[in-house]
Design a protein around this ligand. Structure first.
Ligand code: GLC
Ligand code: MG
Length: 243
């Protein structure tokens, strides 16, 4: 039975080049025993660029666009796409978001049929803007969810989506149990992974929203590393006895 390792990229696997390189070497030596999944907010194309630039190992699966897309060997999982399309009305979501002038749409490359993404300028009142957006979304009855990361990025996805739901879908499909699954992340769009019945490593350089989640909801399944980026992943894997 393989071990399922699901890791975020930016500021988790990537962020400290020396750590990424050492971690890659260690992963490579146990590659055949691991099902490697990258779970990122990036698109498939942008992930491909990062993999080339940082010489990352080729993953077995890619969860892209905050869980809005799943790929295996460059091919999109159409069952997942079809599942997310049920009750999802992206146009209605976009017109609801347009009512908030502080929300600036992210570039077209960051959008896909199951992901509507916006940016907020850094400001103290951002969480109340997101709260107001959440209230409108709930009142509208649209089957969407808001993911807020880094006090800046606002992703609106189908309720059925997000990184955590995508990883659980893969875990079931691969029939890998929770005790053989480890997730790693640093920011708000990773919280849904830590909410699944899996063990998780929160790297030391994590954003305040993930650290706050850990303080309020963390359990013995969640390890807050003392070191940053891929050093933190290695520390966490050693803690859970996987290295
Ligand atoms: C990545 C994506 C962006 C998203 C952010 C947070 O930066 O490119 O679209 O908003 O992650 O999930
Ligand atoms: Mg990240």
């Amino acid at each position: 039975m393989k071990f399922l390792l699901v890791t975020d990229l930016d500021n988790t696997l990537v962020g400290d080049d020396e750590a990424t390189q050492i971690f890659n070497q260690r992963l490579q030596s146990m590659r055949s025993q691991i099902c490697l999944v990258y779970a990122t907010g990036r698109s498939q194309a942008s992930t491909g660029e990062l993999i080339a630039q940082k010489q990352l190992l080729a993953p077995d699966y890619l969860i892209a666009g905050v869980g809005s897309e799943i790929y295996r060997d460059g091919t999109q999982d159409l069952d997942w796409a079809q599942y997310l399309s049920q009750n999802w009305d992206k146009m209605a979501i976009a017109s609801l978001a347009q009512q908030f002038k502080q929300l600036k749409p992210q570039p077209p490359q960051a959008q896909n049929p199951w992901k509507s993404s916006y940016c907020l300028e850094p400001a103290a009142e951002n969480s109340s803007i997101v709260q107001a957006l959440q209230q409108k979304l709930t009142a509208s009855g649209l089957a969407g969810q808001i993911i807020f990361s880094s006090n800046r990025d606002v992703d609106i996805l189908p309720k059925t989506s997000n990184k955590g739901n995508a990883l659980t879908y893969l875990q079931k499909r691969l029939q890998i149990p929770s005790e053989l699954t480890l997730v790693c992340g640093d920011s708000g769009n990773d919280i849904s992974m830590f909410e699944q019945d899996v063990r998780g490593v929160i790297v030391a350089n994590s954003k305040s929203e993930l650290l706050a989640w850990h303080r309020e909801c963390g359990s013995k399944n969640h390890y807050l590393a003392a070191s940053a980026c891929a050093w933190g992943i290695m520390e966490g894997m050693a803690y859970f006895g996987e290295f």
